[in-house]
Design a protein around this ligand. Structure first.
Ligand code: ARG
Length: 262
């Protein structure tokens, strides 16, 4: 009997440990005192590894900041909500929406047909291009140069899909990581020859890592970011209307200049 009980206890423990894997939570609102304002708190899921969309600037503090955070706060302000930010690996964001762990997601996420099967999206709020990133001395200048090379992508991102497309015609080895800084590190250390990352995100990394370079994936269509919501959520229309207002009155442009034009 004792054995059975300890086995049961062990299983319970294990399940707990396993379900804690893959998410690291970080709230920007601190004590949760926001409810005191009487406003409804909405939890925003994001993967805070994506400057300038969402990241932690450790020199300045622990807070998750960025374009997406400002945009979410501006929209919530208009609608009378408070936002609490939750940091989750990119690949866990859609499951978090589906299980009600978060109310919406802003994570530079592209509204693909595949994802639309599981979540609803707002209109696009920002577009960017894909870059093939590598060390300057690697001499990679064209897609063909990638032959026989190891290419890194973020797990569950559309860049991963892009890499698979490339692999159909060029012999590359695809590797994935959960977080963008890990990918940058692997390129710098030479474990990855290249990576596929958005130009807007690379801009900041290029500044800090002058030994890196990149070229645009030419035949690629521009990709965009949209806000994601659980299927059927009433928030989709509310947020989209507020986004439209911000597009029309120049507020969105102001945020774009603030975060992307530096
Ligand atoms: N736009 C790409 C996608 O939707 C990458 C987004 C990655 N976002 C992030 N916060 N790491 O797949």
């Amino acid at each position: 009997m004792k054995k059975v009980i300890s086995f049961l206890m062990l299983s319970v423990l294990l399940v707990g440990v396993l379900s804690a894997c893959g998410t690291s939570e970080k709230s920007t609102s601190g004590s949760g005192s926001k409810e005191e304002s009487g406003k409804k708190v909405l939890v925003m899921g994001t993967s805070a590894d994506y400057p300038p969309f969402e990241y932690v600037d450790s020199a300045k503090g622990e807070e998750i900041i960025g374009f997406d955070v400002d945009l979410a706060n501006a929209i919530a302000e208009k609608l009378g909500y408070e936002v609490q930010v939750k940091d989750i690996d990119f690949t866990g964001l859609i499951p978090a929406l589906e299980t009600g762990q978060v109310d919406f997601v802003l994570a530079g996420m592209t509204p693909t047909e595949e994802r639309k099967k599981n979540v609803d999206f707002s209109d696009i709020y920002y577009t960017a291009n894909h870059l093939i990133v590598s060390n300057k001395d690697s001499g990679l200048n064209t897609l063909e140069d990638l032959k026989g090379k190891t290419v890194g992508v973020q797990l569950g991102s559309i860049q991963e899909g892009k890499a698979k497309e490339i692999a159909e015609s060029i012999d590359i080895k695809i590797e994935n990581r959960n977080r963008i800084p890990e990918i940058i590190q692997e390129i710098k250390s030479g474990r990855f020859d290249a990576a596929i990352i958005e130009d807007t995100v690379m801009k900041g990394y290029f500044k800090k890592n002058p030994e890196l370079t990149g070229f645009i994936l030419e035949e690629d269509t521009e990709e965009g970011s949209a806000m994601a919501f659980p299927k059927g959520s009433e928030l989709t229309k509310e947020f989209n209307d507020a986004l439209l207002e911000m597009k029309e009155n120049g507020e969105l442009e102001k945020l774009i200049v603030k975060w992307f034009d530096q």
